[in-house]
Design a protein around this ligand. Structure first.
Ligand code: 8YV
Length: 333
C-alpha cells in the first residue's frame, strides 16, 4: 500500500520564473498558468476549487464569491506588496492566510517613482515624441521648458518603505526639501535620517512642487486626489502616482491637466488598468507607463521567490513569513 503523504495542491495563477516553479514542484502538485492568460472569475474558480495554495498577482481578484467555491484553500500568496486585490475580511473569515512581498521591491519602485517625477517635470516624454515625429525645427528660449527638480519641494503621500525611498533620493540626490503626510508619523530618528517634515494634507498639497503618491488604496484613500485636492496644488506642480489608480480621480486629473490647474503628471497605475482613459492618451503633459515600477528582473525574481518562500514556510511550519498586516496605513513596501 502506498502510504506517501499527498502533497498540497497549488495554483500558480500567472506565469512566473521557471526556476521558482522548480523550487515548488518537489513539495506541491502544481497547476501553473505558464500560458499567462488572465483567468476570468469562472476559470479561476474552476482551477482553484481543489487547491490548498494559491500564488497570485495584483491583477487577480480574490473575493468572497470566489472563496465561497474554494473550501480547500489555506493560503493566498500575493506576488505584490499591495493587496487591494484581496478581500482580507473574506480570507480571514475562511481562515485563509494572505501574504505579500514587502521590502524586496522598495528600492526598484522608488527608483522608478523618481524617474517618473523627472520625466514629468522636465517633459521628457513630450520632448522625445517631438524629436521622433520630426517636429523639432529650432531652439527657442522657452522650448520644452519645464520645472526644476533640484532644490524644489518634494511631497510624499504615504510614507512606507517606498515613500521613504523616494524621499531619500530627493533629499540626498537632488537637495530637495521633503514634506510628507501619512496616517502614522515617522519617529524623530526616521524623519531626521531623510530629512522629512510631517505636514497636514492641506500643506502637502499647497507646498509640494512635485507630489508623489505611494499610499495604499483603501476606502479611506479612494480618490484622495480629487478636483478639490488638485485645485489646492501649485499651477506649476507635478503629480506622480506609483500607488494604485483608485487613489486619483482620473476624470478630475484630466480636467486639471487640460486647464492648467497643475503642470504635469506621471502615472504608472490607472483606475481601470490595463485600460487607460483615452483622454489621458491624447494629453501631452502626462507620462504614462504600464504598471512597471517594480519591473527590474532581479526585483521581480525576488518577489516571486518571497511568494514561494511564504508557501513553503506555511506548509512546512504552519507560519507564513510575510503575512499581510491586518490594517495598513500606507503602501507597506
Ligand atoms: C507588481 C505592485 O508589479 O507590488 C505591487 O504592489 O504594484 C507591483 O510591484 C504588481 O502588483 C504585480 O503583482
Amino acid at each position: 500500500m502506498n502510504t506517501a503523504p499527498t502533497r498540497p495542491r497549488l495554483l500558480i495563477a500567472r506565469a512566473i520564473f521557471p526556476e521558482v516553479i522548480d523550487r515548488l514542484t518537489p513539495f506541491f502538485d502544481v497547476d501553473s498558468n505558464q500560458a499567462d492568460d488572465v483567468l476570468s472569475a469562472t476559470q479561476m474558480a474552476t482551477r482553484l476549487v481543489d487547491k490548498q495554495g494559491l500564488l497570485c498577482t495584483a491583477s487577480d481578484v480574490i473575493d468572497a464569491p470566489l472563496l465561497a467555491q474554494c473550501h480547500a484553500l489555506r493560503i493566498c500568496a500575493n506576488m505584490a506588496v499591495g493587496f487591494g486585490n484581496l478581500d482580507l475580511a473574506a480570507l480571514s473569515a475562511r481562515g485563509v492566510v494572505a501574504t505579500h512581498t514587502p521590502g524586496v521591491l522598495s528600492d526598484t519602485t522608488a527608483d522608478f517613482g523618481f524617474a517618473l517625477l523627472m520625466a514629468a517635470a522636465r517633459r521628457t516624454g513630450e520632448a522625445e515624441r517631438c524629436v521622433r515625429e520630426g517636429r523639432w525645427h529650432k531652439w527657442s528660449y522657452d522650448f520644452m521648458a519645464g520645472q526644476d527638480v533640484h532644490g524644489s519641494t518634494l511631497g510624499i503621500l504615504g510614507m512606507g518603505r517606498i515613500g521613504q525611498g523616494v524621499a531619500r533620493r530627493g533629499a540626498h540626490g537632488f537637495g530637495m526639501r521633503v514634506i510628507y503626510h501619512n496616517r502614522n508619523r515617522l519617529d524623530a530618528a526616521g524623519e531626521a535620517s531623510i530629512p522629512a517634515r510631517f505636514v497636514d494634507m492641506d500643506t502637502l498639497l499647497r507646498e509640494s512642487d512635485h507630489l508623489v503618491l505611494t499610499v495604499a488604496h483603501s476606502a479611506a484613500t479612494h480618490h484622495v486626489i480629487d478636483a478639490q485636492a488638485l485645485a489646492r496644488m501649485k499651477r506649476t506642480a507635478t503629480l506622480v502616482n506609483i500607488a494604485r489608480g483608485g487613489v486619483v480621480d482620473e476624470d478630475a486629473l484630466i480636467e486639471a491637466l487640460c486647464n492648467g490647474v497643475i503642470a504635469a503628471a506621471a502615472l504608472d497605475v490607472f483606475e481601470n488598468e490595463p485600460a487607460v482613459h483615452p483622454a489621458l492618451v491624447s494629453l501631452p503633459n502626462v507620462v504614462l507607463t504600464p504598471h512597471m515600477a517594480s519591473a527590474s528582473r532581479a526585483t521581480r525574481l525576488r518577489m516571486a521567490h518571497l511568494a514561494a518562500d511564504n508557501l513553503l514556510a506555511y506548509f512546512q511550519t504552519g507560519r507564513a513569513l510575510t503575512p499581510v498586516p491586518p490594517l495598513s496605513p500606507s503602501l507597506p513596501a
